[in-house]
Design a binder for this molecule. Structure first.
Ligand code: IPE
Ligand code: IPE
Ligand code: MG
Length: 234
């Protein structure tokens, strides 16, 4: 596949783990475990395809409202996955970065996050951003608070520069798996002009072939940014 019309910055709402497990008569946590395996496959595929920046929604600021058992399973799973995947990230020259309010996590997870970020900090290939305890509204409020500490006037540019994604390419494509057609407080500012793609596949069933379908759909779209079709096709 040519990289000419590929998204530089791709975001994915990895949804459907719980339903995937329940369809198999298993506990929701079984789906989260399977979801981690898929995450690895998609990270490696994106790295191979030359995506510059991949932002994955792993845990939203609203997900704390889930049953305590599921939340604590997820925290343990993140610690395990971080430890296990550092090798894969280094093999793929991928740099890991967390976006979200990391201070909301327990100390053990905060340490794992810091270690994983540090151990991949010299890589200059794919920028893998994990959105954890992330909410788009939080991101905007946080950016505004940073700006008002310095400036009396808030501009789009100053907010943009203080968002958790500052320095990354603009968001080109947002994929949501699992069949729901909503953004669920993910990258709401950044998605202002992103292309949206919804897949009915539950996350543990989403594979490289499904990613290719999304990427080829994206590559055939005309992004007009307010202009006319004629203006952008010249
Ligand atoms: C997404 O899958 C993973 C997280 C939110 C952590 P879900 O757990 O939301 O799966 P469904 O939507 O209930 O099937
Ligand atoms: C969004 O999925 C969050 C993640 C994928 C991490 P949810 O399953 O939490 O979204 P809603 O609550 O159905 O909108
Ligand atoms: Mg869900």
């Amino acid at each position: 596949m040519s990289t000419e019309n590929s998204p530089k910055h791709l975001a994915i709402i990895m949804d459907g783990n719980g339903r995937w497990a329940q369809l198999k008569g298993k506990k929701r946590t079984f789906g989260h475990k399977a979801g981690v395996e898929k995450t690895r496959e998609i990270v490696e595929a994106c790295s191979k395809k030359g995506v510059e920046s991949l932002t994955l929604f792993a845990f939203s600021s609203e997900n704390w409202a889930r049953p305590e058992e599921e939340v604590s399973y997820l925290m343990e799973l993140f610690v395990l996955a971080l430890k296990r995947e550092i090798k894969m990230l280094n093999k793929n020259n991928a740099q890991l970065r967390f976006i979200g309010d990391i201070s909301g996590f327990n100390k053990k997870l905060q340490t794992s996050i810091a270690d994983a970020q540090q151990q991949t900090s010299n890589n200059d290939g794919l920028c893998l951003n994990i959105a954890a305890n992330y909410g788009g509204r939080w991101d905007i409020v946080n950016a505004v608070n940073k700006v008002i500490d310095k400036d009396s006037v808030i501009t789009e540019k100053s907010i943009e520069e203080n968002l958790s994604t500052s320095g990354l390419p603009q968001l080109d494509l947002m994929i949501r798996t699992g069949g729901e057609k909503r953004i669920s407080n993910f990258l709401i500012w950044q998605a202002a002009y992103a292309e949206l793609y919804f897949s009915d596949k539950l996350w543990p069933d989403f594979d490289e072939a499904e990613l290719d379908l999304a990427l080829s759909d994206y590559s055939a779209r005309q992004r007009r940014f307010g202009k006319t079709g004629e203006q952008v096709s010249v």
